[in-house]
Design a protein around this ligand. Structure first.
Ligand code: CMP
Length: 137
């Protein structure tokens, strides 16, 4: 059993496809261990994406992630980290396989519908960024 963090980004929340994305997780044996909708502040987004702070896209990324509400979800299941990444598809939706979340719901590499932890180690860090112990069931 693993846990991983998913973020449904502002583009997908604005398109009203939160439920459709959650259905992809649940239909593929990932369970919702915790979930909330919130508005990230600039400081939140900068801190969450700190590893990208020197990348040329960092400013746009922070601006985009604060442009509207997001839904943060802890997904739980067998191989949850890898399974979530498989369901999401490639970071750039134009390269994402048919039937993946990004191929079906995303427009661009910035507005790419979802974020998912890239390793078990980062999953633990990202989960604790958003959720306290008593929120994790
Ligand atoms: P995410 O999985 O949330 O992690 C960092 C985000 O930066 C990524 O999804 C993309 O939305 C965004 N991004 C923008 N440009 C790039 C790029 N060239 N390479 C990787 N990520 C990018």
């Amino acid at each position: 059993m693993e846990q991983t963090l998913s973020i449904i980004k502002p583009d997908a929340a604005a398109k009203n496809v939160i439920g459709k994305i959650i259905d992809r997780f649940e239909s593929n044996n990932l369970r919702i261990a915790a979930l909330k909708k919130l508005q990230l502040s600039k400081e939140d987004a900068q801190k969450f994406y700190d590893v990208h702070k020197n990348r040329p896209f960092f400013r746009d990324l922070v601006q985009f992630m604060t442009s509207g509400p997001v839904v943060v979800i802890v997904l739980e299941g067998e191989n949850a980290v890898a399974k979530n990444r498989e369901l999401m598809g490639a970071t750039n939706p134009k390269e994402a396989k048919k039937g993946t979340i990004r191929a079906d719901f995303a427009e661009s590499i910035d507005a790419n519908a979802v974020h998912g932890s890239d390793s078990l180690e980062n999953a633990a860090i990202e989960i604790s960024f958003f959720f306290g112990k008593r929120e994790l069931i």
